[in-house]
Design a protein. Sequence first.
Length: 356
Amino acid sequence: MLIVDAHEDIAWNMMCYGRDYTQSAQTTRARDSDEVVVDAGTATLGLPEWLAGQVAVIFATLYAMPERSPYAAKLSQVYRTPDEAFAIAMRQIDIYRRLAGEDKRFRLITEQPDLDAVLDTWKEGNSEQQIGLVLLMENGDPIRKPQEVARWYDEGVRLIGPAWMASRYCGGTGEPGPLTDEGVRLLKHMQELNMILDTTHMAEQAFFQAIDQYGGSIIATHSNPRAYVDGDRHLSDEMIRALVRRDGVIGIVPFNSFLVKDWSRRRGDPKDAANVSHVVRAIDRVCQIAGDALHAGLGTDFDGGFGAESTPAGIDTVADLPKVADGLREAGFSQADVENVMGGNWLRVLRVSLPG
């Protein structure tokens, strides 16, 4: 059974913290300074772990952090202007190209044949599997003007999330607001190219405008139900229903702060305050609202500002994701439903949207 992870900040970590994800998570842990661990958490990603966990496809982010972010003080790779955001995202594209160019175990996915080629390497009898990387822009500010979407598409970007905090395109996490006029134009340019819209981090007002206005695939790569942890970072039941009506998929984040109310690493709350059953509970919430298991997936956000000390008990690295499948089976999910949640639902979205 193959896994698709809909959100990992690979290039961001390589650029900001010097992590080498061709090495194991254990090697990265040994190399990381104490300061990196404090800022980014204990590493959970690495090539051996992706392979061991059968993580065949990753939505790999281009992420730019605005200088006004409360997390920006210790980082040099932050932006004040659209040109600076553009440069940061372009550097990350170069990182992914170099990764795929120098190590044949990685492959950039921009078209259907790329996806098929990656999946073929995981068939029985093949000795060297590939990790497929689909480029996802998280925060639209590197797009300096809406018509520049076509350039990013040519660079290989296939998914765009317009917000992180608020951007020039819409309100975002902690900064509510609607789609701006530029945001409306951004969606039009995305739709012309059949790109996938990632609603994660979009403010609720902007989210529902996008649901009404965008004609292409709409998903939430890394968003959890608000029913368990309140706040505008998460999805209300109404938002989940809206995505289901659009045949969207919602990627559940195995992050204790998103699974257990008031959990805080900074306060020293224990890792085992959450376990795999909490991840299954969040997945099941989406499935119960949808009435099926066709709209839930995984979007781990691993190494996305938190590490192994902030993941549920039993999940130390990305290699442990198959434990979620075990938990789903124990909860009564059929094998077909488990396979859809662990990867099949995301593959459906990609097959609808990637060019042939």
